[in-house]
Design a protein around this ligand. Structure first.
Ligand code: GAF
Length: 370
């Protein structure tokens, strides 16, 4: 029996820039999905059983139809992409148990896609390389799920390394591991436990707004279409034609990219105060300019500013709900979580949940679960 462990991810900084030729600073985490795989002797019949949802998806490899439950399309999408590149699969049975909180911005979806692609690659000896597994996961979302996501989540899930984050150039896919031991600080995620229904449509809208804004600026200046070819002066010069929304989106992308590169420098120099300040600036940009935050996330970030032992905080992931990431001194975690839970419940009537996490290893074969 083949066993695979595949992680969710955090992102220290660099949000909504992966699909804009930007830089990101993610890490795989110690919350993982565990999957077992075996061939079942059938030509085309496969089963994928989710322990968490207590349900089984039965798949006909010759006839992949849209699924009936949310998680189905991630599975079907991966199989579809593997078949599209000419790899042939046979019947298999897969069981999975996820410890990655769903809908909280830590990419339970990438954990699933990458774990499945990795497992099938091993089981059927498909000879796919890591970059292909990453791409399969991303395209599964584009073509089956309908989210036009960037490459960051799948990249982090597959390539993650213990105690390191990754500075990834999403244009060239060149990357660098950066040691990320931040003791006495820790990474604390506060989960709003809300997912606003803008999550998919809002994501695709943002992508469209920044892309059409970029096209306009590049046309105006006669340069090839890429955020690498424009600067803030050029965005300012096109402000009127862009209109306020696209203007803000494009400015944000350039500013967030600068912040990521500064953050990577700060992390290398162990300047956590600087890193924290960049996290706050990033949140401000996401909330006011890219407009992917929500009242619950803004509330938690504001609250963190009253705690001197928090160096920085921001919303993380696609937005419209999910988690905030807090860079917090380990001695005050319990006290802050208690305080935040009471304040959050009072404000929104919803319980807050939380967990600490550390940069961890990417998708791999494992023996350490039943
Ligand atoms: C989601 C997407 F899947 C990523 O590609 C990325 O764009 C992120 O939102 C925002 O930074 O997790």
């Amino acid at each position: 029996m083949l066993k695979v462990s595949s992680p969710g991810r955090i992102n220290l900084i660099g949000e909504h820039v992966d699909y804009n030729d930007g830089f990101v600073l993610p890490a795989a985490i110690d919350k993982r999905i565990y999957m077992t795989f075996k061939e079942n002797g059938h030509e085309n019949r496969c089963t994928v059983k989710s322990k968490g949802f207590d349900s089984t998806l039965v798949i006909d490899l010759e006839n992949l139809e849209k699924g009936t439950e949310g998680w189905h399309d991630y599975v079907l999408g991966v199989i579809n992409e593997i078949q599209k590149i000419g790899c042939s699969l046979k019947g298999f049975d897969c069981q999975m148990e996820s410890k990655v909180p769903i809908g909280s911005g830590v990419s339970s979806s990438a954990a699933l896609e990458c774990g499945l692609a990795f497992g099938l690659n091993e089981l059927f000896d498909l000879g796919l390389e890591k970059w292909q597994l990453i791409k399969i996961g991303q395209l599964a979302e584009h073509n089956f799920v309908g989210t036009k996501c960037g490459i960051m989540d799948q990249f982090a899930s597959v390539m993650g390394k213990k105690e390191h984050s990754m500075l990834l150039d999403c244009q060239s896919l060149e990357f660098e591991y950066i040691p990320t031991q931040i003791d006495p600080y820790v990474i604390l995620l506060l989960n709003t436990n809300v997912t606003h229904n803008l999550a998919t449509s809002g994501y695709n809208d943002r992508r469209e707004e920044s892309e059409t804004g970029l096209a306009l600026i590049c046309d105006q200046f006669g340069v090839e279409k890429s955020f690498r070819n424009i600067d803030k002066h050029m965005v300012d010069a096109c402000r009127e034609q862009l209109g306020e929304i696209r203007y803000k989106r494009c400015r944000y992308v350039l500013e967030e990219n600068e912040r990521v590169l500064e953050a990577a420098k700060a992390l290398k120099a162990n300047d956590l105060n600087k890193l924290g300040a960049l996290l706050y600036a990033s949140h401000q940009g996401q909330s006011k300019d890219y407009e992917v935050s929500c009242p619950e996330l803004d509330f938690l970030v504001e609250l963190s500013k009253n705690e001197p032992s928090i160096l920085g905080a921001r919303m993380m992931g696609g937005g419209f709900g999910g988690c905030t990431l807090n860079l917090i001194h380990k001695d005050v975690v319990n006290e802050f979580v208690n305080h935040a839970s009471v304040a959050y419940k009072e404000e929104f009537g919803i319980p807050l949940s939380h967990f600490q996490t550390v940069p961890s290893r990417g998708t791999h074969i494992t023996t350490d679960f039943q």
